[in-house]
Design a protein around this ligand. Structure first.
Ligand code: 4AD
Length: 460
């Protein structure tokens, strides 16, 4: 009752407060400020002092409530995740104490804007720590508020910006290809099909074919677009919808392509680490992370088959017996991971047999059995990039369609690239969530997506 009676009012005789985001408070030390945010954590000290850690998406701020300010009904019933407005003096933290940013807000007025529930429906009860992962996925919208999930999203934004900076400074033009398409790129078995005004259409698996059409118009191009794969495999690196960073380069050879992939990865990381805030977030999530050394190890598919034989890594046959991998076999995720983790450094795995690769890949001029193709393999994640030189000869492309049983009719526009001034070109696609899982040392790509999609999950 007594608490209910206490009403705080703003003291109009105090200096006018400057409204600021937490991340920008550095410049306002010693001044009176207004801050909006959510109660991230709180603790009381005696009955006359309460510390809040406030969060507004730009940073964390310690708030000190003293005396009357922590005796109000709102103070006594304050719950984590309530939104508040706080006004007060921004002071350096006392000698020997630490707080985010090195300062604390000594409040002279505060109010609750939106209270969060207490009891059974309290924020922390919804996120019961020992709950199984599907509970956390159901509550993803709340999980995002946590320090880890929000740090991942912040790094994601910084790395996307760094990718774009890399491309802009290297003379590429960004384009935005369609997601609704009528052609496949990476095989029919992972296509999401839907009804498009009575016609059969798909969600795109890759924007590659569209990027190729841009080369004669814009020169080197790239895009950041969602790609869709109806993956039946439940693995820690497969999503049904993922962010695909793709680039296409013209008048290049295979070696140029490999160098450009290496340069994209290394330059993006250098750009991100050059920002101290981003570097700190990366260290928070993946302590000890170091940018990889150039040049990356280059290895041919045939050498990988030999590596597996030498290390006695074998495949399991349908009858349960095992046999060595032989030239021509697709190397599945598990042995690929084992090899990459054992070698322990980035690998550019090159020259896969044509039969296990897509219809558009150019063959090696010397060994016609293999393609000028590359996968970038990273320790702890495996493949993060897939790329190749593209067939530039029209007849050869028509053979590629035939080999894969693809009707060339809806691909007329793609074939036309070979008809109207063909040019040697190549490109690649990088899975953004896999790249993040590698740099940020996340167990699964699901943790690197805002709202991950995989079989059985399309909510929230
Ligand atoms: O190797 P992929 O299938 O290659 C292509 O789509 C080419 N058309 C790209 C190009 O050359 N423009 O996919 C490229 C990358 C993979 O290396 C992987 O990182 C990511 O996309 N990826 C996935 N990421 C998450 N979930 C999935 N289901 C993925 N499938 C591929």
């Amino acid at each position: 009752e007594a608490a209910k009676a206490i009403q705080l009012t703003e003291d109009s005789s105090l200096p006018k407060a400057t409204r600021s985001k937490i991340g920008k408070l550095g410049a306002l030390r010693g001044q009176r400020v207004t801050v909006f945010g959510w109660v991230h954590r709180q603790r009381t000290q005696g009955k006359d002092m309460r510390f809040l850690v406030l969060r507004d998406g730009t940073g964390y701020l310690q708030v000190v409530l003293t005396g009357r300010l922590c005796h109000t009904y709102e103070a006594l019933t304050l719950t984590a995740e309530s939104s508040v407005r706080v006004v007060g003096q921004l002071e350096a933290v006392p000698e020997g104490k630490s707080a985010p940013g090195g300062h604390e807000l000594v409040a002279d007025y505060w109010e609750v804007l939106g209270a969060a529930p207490s009891g059974e429906d309290a924020f922390n009860s919804r996120l019961n720590a020992d709950a199984d992962p599907s509970v956390l996925l159901d509550q993803r919208h709340l999980v995002l508020r946590g320090e880890t999930a929000s740090a991942v999203l912040r790094c994601r934004a910084a790395l996307l910006a760094a990718f774009r900076d890399h491309f802009a400074s290297s003379g590429y033009t960004e384009v935005t290809p369609p997601c609704m398409v009528q052609t496949q790129v990476e095989g029919g078995s992972t296509l999401f099909q839907f009804d498009y005004y009575g016609e059969k259409a798909y969600l795109t698996q890759s924007s590659q074919l569209y990027l190729e059409t841009c080369l004669p118009a814009l020169g080197d191009v790239y895009c950041v677009a969602e790609s869709y794969r109806a993956e039946k495999s439940h693995t820690r690196r497969h999503l049904s919808e993922y962010t695909h960073l793709e680039a296409e380069l013209v008048f290049v050879d295979f070696d140029d392509l490999l160098n450009s992939i290496e340069s994209l990865i290394c330059d993006t990381i250098d750009r991100a680490l050059a920002n101290p805030e981003v570097a700190a977030l990366i260290q928070q999530l993946n302590p000890g992370f170091k940018a990889p050394k150039r040049p990356f190890r280059r290895m041919d598919y045939s050498e990988a088959i030999e590596w597996l034989a030498e290390h006695k890594v074998e495949k399991t046959l349908p009858d349960g017996t095992t046999a060595p991998y032989v030239w021509g076999d697709d190397i599945p995720e598990a042995p690929e991971r084992l090899m990459t983790d054992t070698i322990g450094e980035p690998i550019l795995l090159c020259r896969f047999p044509a039969e296990i690769k897509s219809f558009y890949m150019k063959r090696d001029s010397v060994d016609r059995r293999v393609t000028e193709s590359v996968d970038v393999l990273m320790p702890n994640v495996g493949e993060i990039v897939g790329g190749s030189m593209r067939i530039s000869d029209m007849e050869e492309l028509l053979e590629g369609y035939a080999r894969e049983g693809i009707d060339p009719t809806p691909y007329y526009w793609f074939t036309d690239q070979r008809k109207y001034g063909t040019a040697e070109h190549g490109g690649y696609g990088l899975g953004v969530e896999r790249f993040l899982a590698w740099i940020l040392n996340r167990y699964t790509v699901r943790d690197c997506s805002l709202y991950p999609r995989f079989p059985g999950r399309c909510l929230p």
